[in-house]
Design a protein around this ligand. Structure first.
Ligand code: HPA
Length: 278
């Protein structure tokens, strides 16, 4: 396991990927738990398993496939992570965010991230889709910022701005697409925790007091690394379960995957609509 990833290690991966593809992807996508069905509708797909890439972590979670799919969606050249890497799997932050570094070096300028999340906002219900408007970096606040270690000056500055982690134009486009398709779209703040245990009632009360709308175990590190390289980000959370602030029900991974079946078509509609408008 490597603590920090160097530019040479990133480019080793990039060179292997480049040899296998004939298009230049400009849009990257990361598909969350139970939401990876969208990758199956990529046209002219080239599949590259994470296990065939040097320096690359492999995804170990049930419900995650673990490969890149490169091809076209709505006529746009895309590189899709079918299955993401989570910090709780035991990888370093450098490894968790290596795929975003690789996307950046391949020429990706926009990143669509999706995740499954627990609804902390009392108005949210399982099956809802939330546009992420901002994020709470709880992992980073406790010392797990993916940009720790030597700065990759060729990619971005030592102290990158984070005033707009989620691109405002993409947010506007998403709202418009949702409206056109008569989809109810929630909007709010996503908090990233390391997991893998779900939150206790006290954790959830704390998050609600902090103004959090949805909570999950991913996304925040990838978005920080994307912004470090100037990639514009669109984020969508599929609300898979309701936060239980009084401890009267339990949360399971199975319900997270199950909710994905309802959420996937909604996210697909939004992603396709935004892509068409780009
Ligand atoms: N908490 C954290 N991560 C999650 C949840 C949750 O309730 N649901 C899906 N991912």
């Amino acid at each position: 396991m490597q603590k920090f990833i160097s530019l040479a290690q990133i480019d080793e991966v990039v060179n292997v990927v480049k040899k296998k593809i004939s298009i230049q992807p400009v849009i990257g996508m990361i598909l969350g738990s139970g939401l990876n069905g969208l990758a199956d509708s990529i046209q002219k797909p080239v599949h590259i398993s994470y296990s065939d890439l040097p320096n690359f972590p492999t995804s170990t979670v049930h419900g995650h496939v673990g490969r890149f799919v490169i091809g076209e969606l709505e006529g746009k050249p895309v590189i899709v992570m079918q299955g993401r890497i989570h910090y709780y799997e035991g990888y370093t932050m450098g490894e968790v965010t290596l795929p975003v570094r690789v996307m950046h070096r391949l020429g990706v300028q926009s990143l669509f991230v999706t995740n499954a999340a627990g609804g902390v906002n009392a108005d949210f219900a399982p099956g809802d889709v939330m546009l992420i408007t901002d994020q709470l970096n709880l992992m980073g606040m406790s010392g797990l910022n993916p940009l720790m270690g030597p700065n990759l000056d060729e990619i971005g500055p030592r102290f990158p701005d984070m005033s707009q982690p989620y691109d405002r134009d993409y947010c506007d486009m998403t709202r418009k697409v949702a409206k056109e398709n008569k989809l109810t779209l929630r909007a709010g703040i996503y908090a990233g925790l390391s997991g893998p245990s779900f939150e206790s009632p006290a954790d959830l009360r704390f998050l609600r007091l902090a103004g959090v709308d949805a909570v999950g175990m991913s996304t925040v590190p990838e978005v920080i690394v994307a912004r470090h390289g100037g990639i514009r980000v669109l984020g969508l959370s599929g609300i898979s379960n309701k936060a239980n602030l009084d401890g009267s029900t339990i949360t399971t991974h199975e319900e997270v995957i199950e909710a994905g079946r309802v959420i996937t078509p909604k996210i697909e509609t939004i992603v396709r609509g935004v892509l068409r408008g780009m």
